[in-house]
Design a protein around this ligand. Structure first.
Ligand code: NAD
Length: 501
């Protein structure tokens, strides 16, 4: 796949982009067996960006067969760890060299501001591939403490073919979090990108070949969830499904596993994360800035968005002033190709309508909409939603219980620490939680008490590759990033050898 660009504004460069839209199977781009295509739409203006092959069960069969053949050949699975590491590191270098291409593709494909692509998605994805590659030769088996006439040891081996099913909100990064550890552990991967963000995975696959990977190690089948995704999750030659997406579909993954070969399933699902502001927070402006970033960053299309902002009653008016001021100043929707834009459109018109519908439910339910609440003026051609703030929200309201996945903040007042924890934990989700306080005891009690996979104290949505990413409760059972993720793409084999006295 070649992408040709020349110097100029991002708009000039975007105009010159040419896209490869076919599936990537067995080392090459191929049309879907059915010949069907579907459109990739730029959500900033509704224009058709590219025609993409619409894979279905027949293409999943081809891709899984290719991955299984390659896995069994040992060309990847039995490569010396450091040789696999070298290819993965070259892959990371190539992604870094193509940073602008990835930034442009995902921005055009799903509406994310290009500055966010260049400062968050691409560097973090590169970091993910590098970190994971460097872990490859750090994984060890164990030797058991058995009687002297026995040698008992445990090997860690790859699983086989892994199916990765990813969402659209961070197309490159979510893909990296899944495929990097799966590949590093020696598996072959069939990747099913989200149908709303199809293009960057194809560039990734071709760069992986350029880095020296054998054909069939990474196959990419675009298509709809109910067609290609379902076929992948039901496939009997797939040993694991690594899924990131909604709770609803995450649950289906487990059903599909039970209906097929009891494949392993890891799920990274949604959230309704509590972001608690205690009255003793050191600096309310700083807390307000992070609270705004936590819900308006990436247009609120973030699984661990701090969408329930719990504020201690005594500081509510001051917090609201500070929070609204940041929202008005720093989160102004605009053209995602402009480097100053911080809020792009929703990924699709359907997602825009979903978010607007929740805003309507919030208004009807009695919450006060003090900012936004509709489509920003002048941006009607795109799938935009204004950053929106609701006050007077109770935790039983729909807007406090369901994941909206858009720039909609629900401010929920509380009186005591105990109230805050009780509200925070009153949710089916348990992905992330944050607290702002100057009291060390309160901070660490919260970390102990809150039901969430990730807790941020006087910060929000931070982390690095060593920080396991994943949730409790219906937010899923998987952990991305970190050494644990790599290990989760392996299985143990216990060996018992009688060696005599
Ligand atoms: P989604 O569940 O609709 O889709 C996710 C993926 O599943 C897509 O590739 C889709 O094609 C596929 N899919 C849909 N139906 C399927 C089926 N029947 N069988 C197999 N595959 C199917 O989610 P989405 O709208 O793409 O993404 C938004 C969701 O992802 C939000 O809930 C968000 O919180 C979650 N998310 C979670 C994390 C995390 O790490 N916990 C990260 C990012 C996004």
């Amino acid at each position: 796949m070649t992408i040709t660009r020349s110097a100029g504004s991002w708009h000039d460069q975007a105009a010159k982009l040419s896209f490869e839209g076919r599936l990537f199977i067995d080392g090459d781009f191929r049309a879907a067996a059915s010949g069907k295509m579907f459109e990739s739409i730029n959500p900033a203006n509704g224009s058709v960006l590219a025609e993409v092959s619409r894979g279905d069960a027949a293409d999943i069969d081809r891709a899984v067969a290719s991955s299984l053949k390659t896995f069994k050949s040992g060309a990847w699975s039995r490569l010396a760890p450091r040789a696999r590491m070298a290819i993965m590191l070259r892959f990371a270098d190539l992604i870094e060299q193509h940073a602008s291409d990835f930034a442009l593709i995902d921005t055009l494909d799903m509406g994310k501001p290009i500055t966010e692509m260049l400062t968050v998605d691409v560097p973090l994805a590169v970091n993910c591939f590098r970190f994971t590659a460097e872990c490859i030769d750090k994984m060890q088996g164990t030797v058991g403490a058995t009687s002297p006439d026995v040698l008992s040891y445990v090997l860690r081996q790859p699983l086989g073919v892994v199916g990765c099913i990813v969402p659209w909100n961070y197309p490159l990064l979510m893909t990296a979090w899944k495929i990097a550890p799966a590949l590093a552990a020696g598996n072959c991967v069939v990747l099913k990108p989200a149908e709303q963000s199809r293009l960057s995975a194809l560039l990734l696959a071709s760069l992986f070949m350029q880095a020296g990977a054998p054909a069939g190690v990474l196959n990419v089948v675009n298509g709809f969830g109910a067609e290609a995704g379902r076929a992948l999750a039901l496939h009997r030659d797939v040993e694991k499904i690594a899924f990131t997406g909604s709770v609803e579909i995450g649950k289906l993954m487990m059903v599909y596993s039970g209906q097929s070969n009891l494949k392993k399933v890891s799920t990274e699902c949604g959230g309704k994360s509590p972001h608690v502001i205690m009255a003793d927070a050191d600096n309310l402006e700083t807390a307000a800035w992070w609270a705004a970033m936590g819900i308006f960053g990436n247009q609120g299309e973030v699984c661990c968005a701090g969408s329930r902002i719990l504020v201690q009653t005594s500081i509510l008016p001051d917090f609201l002033d500070a929070f609204s001021a940041v929202a008005k100043k720093d989160y102004i929707p605009g053209d995602p190709l402009e480097t100053t834009t911080t809020v792009g459109p929703m990924v699709t018109v359907e997602q825009q309508q979903r978010v607007l519908n929740y805003i309507g439910i919030g208004k009807q339910g009695g919450a006060d909409c003090i900012l936004g609440g509709g489509v920003p003026e002048g941006l009607e051609a795109g799938a935009y939603v204004s950053p929106t703030i609701f006050t007077g929200v109770s935790n039983s309201m729909t807007i406090a219980r369901e994941e909206i996945f858009g720039p909609v903040a629900s401010i929920i007042p509380f009186d005591s620490y105990e109230d805050a924890v009780s509200i925070a934990n009153d949710s089916n989700f348990g992905l992330a939680a944050g607290i702002w306080t100057s009291n060390l005891g309160t901070a660490h009690r919260f970390a102990r008490d809150v039901e969430a996979g990730m807790v941020y104290i006087n910060s929000y949505m931070n982390g690095d590759m060593q920080f396991p990413f994943g949730g409790w409760k219906e937010s899923g059972n998987g952990r991305d990033k970190c050494m644990d993720a790599l290990v989760s793409y392996t299985q143990t084999k216990s060996v018992w050898a009688t060696i005599g006295n």
